[in-house]
Design a protein around this ligand. Structure first.
Ligand code: ZN
Length: 264
């Protein structure tokens, strides 16, 4: 009997500790504040934000604030990062899931920012071999972390017309990973009825690209996961061009990134 009492006390203490800790965490998140010029910086540097109406801008800014309150952004090996870098990382995180109002990146704790592009050993110096990685979603010891090169963060937003945005690309991988498999099928975004057409489309398009080329970045033909990530960049960077050149693909991506009202 005394054993049972000790167990009950231990469980109660554990629960109290858990609630105190999560209440502290909630308060910390609620108290987090963006820099005073955050909306100005978003307006100047994030074309997606520029196109939103005032109400949506306020929502976007709050999502950016919430993301930064929950996610550490760390410069690696002395890499200096400023408010703009943090805001651009957060903007790239929010853009693909902006239509999903409850979405949070529960599979991410920290974004590591490198001074330059890096190789598989995370070396950034100029003569490091194969130093061509602009970003990646961490695995193994780096699970729950994302790695980004600082110049790639900036250039993805500075040139809105080139269709490349490394931050959006890596967050698309993270969204894809949320269901457990990085396979180009983001099950949380995709209603069941669209999963099969999407798979079929991806498969065919990759074959076509390998055989005949395309205006789509050839890196998309690497595999299904890269196809989804590259197409996410294209969809958010140059939607009009995508709709014109690949209407079926545009339509599938629109169904993915814009939640559909439940059919009756
Ligand atoms: Zn990728």
């Amino acid at each position: 009997m005394p054993g049972l009492i000790v167990l009950l006390i231990a469980i109660s203490l554990g629960l109290i500790l858990y609630f105190v800790r999560s209440s502290k965490e909630r308060k910390k998140i609620a108290a987090y504040q963006l820099p005073l010029n955050a909306t100005q910086l978003l307006n100047e540097h994030v074309p997606f934000y520029q196109k939103l109406d005032a109400e949506k801008k306020a929502l976007f800014t709050e999502r950016v604030r919430d993301f930064l309150a929950r996610t550490r952004i760390t410069g690696i090996s002395g890499t200096q990062i400023d408010d703009l870098d943090r805001l651009l990382v957060a903007a790239g995180a929010i853009i693909p899931i902006f239509a999903f109002t409850d979405w949070r990146y529960n599979n991410l704790d920290e974004v590591l920012v490198y001074e330059n592009s890096f190789n598989m050993d995370y070396h950034t110096h100029a003569n490091a071999p194969d130093r061509n990685i602009l970003g990646m979603v961490g695995n193994g010891a780096l699970n729950r972390k994302m790695l980004l090169s600082k110049p790639a963060i900036r250039s993805g937003f500075m040139d809105a017309e080139n269709g490349h945005n490394t931050v959006v690309h890596e967050f698309a991988h993270l969204i894809d990973k949320a269901d457990g498999a990085v396979d180009g099928v983001p099950e949380y975004l995709l209603s069941k009825q669209y999963a099969a057409p999407w798979l079929k489309y991806m498969h065919n398009e990759i074959q076509q690209m390998r055989q005949f080329g395309s205006d789509i970045n050839p890196y998309a033909a690497t595999n299904q996961a890269e196809f989804f990530a590259v197409m996410s960049e294209y969809f958010f960077e140059r939607p009009e061009q995508l709709e014109q050149n690949h209407p079926e693909l545009y339509c599938l991506l629109q169904k993915m990134f814009t939640p559909q009202p439940a059919s009756k």
